[in-house]
Design a protein around this ligand. Structure first.
Ligand SMILES: *Cc1c(COP(=O)(O)O)cnc(C)c1O
Length: 485
């Protein structure tokens, strides 16, 4: 049944009680069971963020001259961020709604800059294979062709191949600090040298690292240089709503100088609604997110972030070592923290099946592909559960080794299929079709009735990703049978 607006408004307490009930279907991120998406400290801190957010929930940053409080938050957030990234006083920037907006903006900025300054009409950008998916989204949105920089055998961006990818149409080079799949910091200094040599901008995607790497360094951790200290770096994205422990909806993009940032801006002087100027992607900009981000930075301070970084890296080191001690497993690439990926070197141990075992034990873990693996975005709260996690992981590996058939079951079969089936276009189309199904009119409730039928969603709750995965698995079996026939 289609959901309707209640004819009569409901009491606030009743509505809030509903919200609370609905959240019980969500992952248990408050107790370290979730290994991505959420950055949680404790209920007091969550309440503090909520209070800061709600005080400005109605404030709008669309026009930076109107809500002076919001422009002040933005200025102070950007200045503090630039200082953390070792920027010169010329470094400037904008608070955005998230990492994706920051990444999209960088691509738009450099495309337009190359167009205007060098007359580039067929823009290209160079992305390491491990660049965050937001960059591939930006490529589609802004029609900037991707030149992929391959990885070496240690899964590091292969800088020896970079120069041959640079040409007249190159509008930017991307490096990550660290990259999302394996937590490796790209060789930014080497990228920077080539960027300078060829006069091409270099963006560093520090969406995940921007608010933890500087504090790891302050704590004495040895890290390669990746920020504005590297001469070729022209801009950096750093997410507040990840390791900045802000409320969701806050990231930053900074540029080495205003000349570059100008290309990000949009002005339309002839609109009947008035002369219009906008610094970023959004129109209305959420005051609550800015206030909460500012409040987070003030409340944490260097000391608070250093303490979070210390505990996070303790957990990271313990995990890295623990995985190394489980026979058959290996840690991918050269992660510097705070995240890592791991896979199996034992042909009898399917890592996706290990993931299924871990799911069954109540962990929620993301899957990697090329090569197959499992992922962990580690936060300070994971320190408390690390021993339990490693113990369950060891058990899961043993179970899978004893039952290799588990690789053909459950989501292991599907992830394996999605990762290995050579018909990438077909995978894309099928995923699109099924994903779109989650958004058809009537949404998930309609799907409850529409899911059975050939190749339908067997046991999984229809309209969910599990159902999608089951249907893909069925498709894979059909494809294999046809190929063998
Ligand atoms: C998370 C992330 C992004 C995208 O950020 P969102 O806030 O999820 O939009 C971009 N790059 C990297 C490296 C990330 O980890």
């Amino acid at each position: 049944m289609a959901h309707k607006l209640p004819a009569r408004g409901r009491p606030a307490a009743e509505v809030l009680a509903d919200l609370k009930t609905f959240s019980s279907a969500d992952p248990d991120y408050r107790h370290g069971r979730l290994w991505s998406l959420a950055y949680y400290q404790d209920e007091d801190y969550a309440a503090f963020l909520g209070e800061a957010y709600s005080a400005f929930a109605g404030a709008n940053g669309l026009n930076p001259t109107v809500f002076k409080s919001l422009k002040r938050f933005e200025n102070e957030i950007i200045e503090a961020t630039a200082a953390l990234l070792h920027g010169t006083p010329e470094v400037c920037g904008v608070v955005t709604s998230g990492g994706t907006e920051s990444c999209l903006l960088a691509v738009k900025t450099y495309r337009d800059r190359a167009r205007q300054v060098r007359g580039v009409s067929r823009p290209e950008m160079i992305l390491p294979v491990t660049a965050h998916v937001a960059w591939f989204k930006a490529s589609e949105y802004f029609d900037v062709k991707v030149r992929l920089l391959p990885l070496d055998k240690h899964l590091r961006a292969d800088v020896t191949q970079l120069e041959r990818l640079i040409n007249r149409n190159t509008v930017m080079i991307l490096g990550s600090a660290p990259e999302y799949p394996h937590g490796t910091i790209d060789p930014i200094e080497a990228f920077g040298e080539l960027a300078l040599k060829h006069g091409v901008p270099l963006h560093v995607d520090a969406c995940v690292g921007g608010f933890i790497l500087p504090f790891m360094a302050m704590n004495g951790r040895k890290l390669p240089l990746w920020d504005y200290r590297v001469p070729g770096v022209t801009s950096i994205s750093a997410d507040l709503h990840k390791y900045g422990y802000a409320a969701k909806g806050a990231s930053t993009i900074t540029y080495r100088n205003l000349d570059i940032l100008k290309h990000q801006m949009f002005v339309y002087q002839d609109w009947p609604g008035g002369v219009f100027a906008s610094p970023a992607l959004l129109g209305t900009r959420p005051g609550g997110a800015y206030a909460a981000a500012w409040a987070a930075m003030q409340h944490m301070g260097k000391s608070g972030y250093r303490d979070l970084a210390r505990r996070t890296i303790k957990a990271f080191d313990r995990m890295r070592k623990g995985i190394g001690q489980i026979p058959g497993l290996y840690v991918m690439g050269e992660p510097s923290g705070p995240l890592l990926g791991y896979g199996s070197i034992d042909p009898d141990v399917n890592i996706y099946a290990v993931g299924d075992q871990m799911d069954a034990k109540g962990w929620q873990i993301n899957r990697l592909q090329n090569p197959d693996g499992l992922h962990a975005m580690i936060t300070a709260q994971h320190l408390e559960v690390m021993d339990a996690y490693l113990c369950d992981l060891r058990e899961s590996v043993a179970t899978v080794k004893a039952h290799p058939e588990l690789a053909q079951a459950g989501s292991a079969a599907t992830y394996g299929m999605m990762a290995h089936i050579p018909l990438r276009g077909m995978v894309k189309n099928r995923v699109l079709e099924m994903f779109a199904g989650m958004y058809k009119a009537g949404g998930a409730q309609m799907d409850l009735h529409a899911a059975s039928g050939p190749g339908g969603a067997g046991g999984a709750h229809p309209g969910t990703l599990d159902a999608l995965v089951e249907r893909l698995a069925a498709l894979y079996v059909t494809w294999k049978q046809r190929r063998q026939a």
